[in-house]
Ligand binder design. Sequence first.
Ligand code: SAH
Length: 366
Amino acid sequence: MTPAPVNLLDLDEDGLGRYFEAFGERRFRATQIIKWVHQQGVIDFHAMSNLSKALRERLLAEAEIRPPVIESEQLSADGTRKWLMRVDSGNCVETVFIPEGERGTLCVSSQVGCPLDCRFCATARQGFNRNLGVAEIIGQVWLAARRLGQTPKQGRHITNVVMMGMGEPLLNFDNVVPAMRLMMDDNAYNLGRKRVTLSTAGVVPGIDRLARECPVSLAISLHATNDELRDELVPINRSYPLAELLDACRRYAASNPHGEITFEYIMLKGVNDTISEARALIRLLQGLPAKVNLIPFNPFAGAGFERSTDVAIDAFRERLSRAGLVTITRKTRGDDIAAACGQLVGEVQARARRHRRVADAAHHAA
Ligand code: SAH
């Protein structure tokens, strides 16, 4: 039986280097492949003219370059694009591109569904099915770049990547990190580490590991200023309460002194949007190199929450700004195609069962 082909999209520079060394090729083959695939968008080994014929034959026989497949593409009136990407016969994930002036942000998924059970999030409602592999994560970037016509000549469309699509990236650490390394690789997408942001609901051991292994920009989905409310809204808080989470943020900031941490705060009417909560947030973030992103809640059927009023959001932002916290209100983009934060649902084969409790999932990440 011939072994399954190695999908070279699963490997970052280090992985490819080891792959080539294992059969006596030089490590720089890794750079050549990365340039072909990620810079030029070429995935046909025949076209890789700087590889020897013998090497091309070998790759044709035992390797492949297989991205996910675009199932559908939607374009919003505001220019936002959403792709449904098929990752296997039963599962799709969503990827969103948000253009804004010179900036183009790609919002990438890390899991099919999500094991965390954040009350206000549409992805949570479908349960968790599985982690995405490296190829399925970087493949979203590869496909988006191709669909946008990104080539070295035409210039780049994707200037930033945020791991804010479906799933909790720190619960899929081993696949998310090589994918992010490719995003930052000079020979691939060449994004500086300030332009790659990982957003987490608060998997504390994962935050420390990220600081050691791949210190990209960090965003924390905070959403509440006391444990009682956060336990309800973001149940992983029961495993890693606010004090522990903020300590981890302080450690991250200390080991990564040039980066600010973004705190995301969803604005839920009558739940977390009063001025006394703004004051509590100011106290909580004191001493941290923090900025705040207020996210007006994006509704979906059966959500059970309402968006705060514009007046409440403005007053909240105003209060934080007066205390010297850089605060922006995130614009809702792609609303007409359900591409806004928290509206991504993809498509999962069977309604995934929650095999294990949130706490277990969290401990697996450690
Ligand atoms: N699991 C990661 C990344 C995915 S969610 C995390 O929790 O950070 C990306 C952001 O969208 C998070 O801040 C999340 O809390 C927010 N979000 C989820 N549902 C939302 C909704 N319905 N409206 C607005 N923001 C939402």
